[in-house]
Design a protein around this ligand. Sequence first.
Ligand code: MG
Length: 94
Amino acid sequence: MTNIYKRALKTWGKEPQMLQVIEEMSELIKEILKNINRKKDNLAEIIEETADVEIMLNQLKSCYDIEKQVEDYKAQKLLKIEKRLDDWEKLKGK
Ligand SMILES: [Mg+2]
């Protein structure tokens, strides 16, 4: 899998691939807005654009060689979020 990202970078270049990250994120944003603001039944599009964004985020991580750092930061961040949820639920429970 990693190989595909390295190949894509080598074939199409860093800048075009990073612009593609932005393009895919904007497509997902549009679908989320249609779903919420216009109550559009677009789950299929949301699935497709979510997959596109995940692929391009993997491309971005491969481009900057930051897979491990992102994974570590995510783990820390999720622990913080979990703690905030625990605190919130405790507060609401009282
Ligand atoms: Mg797309």
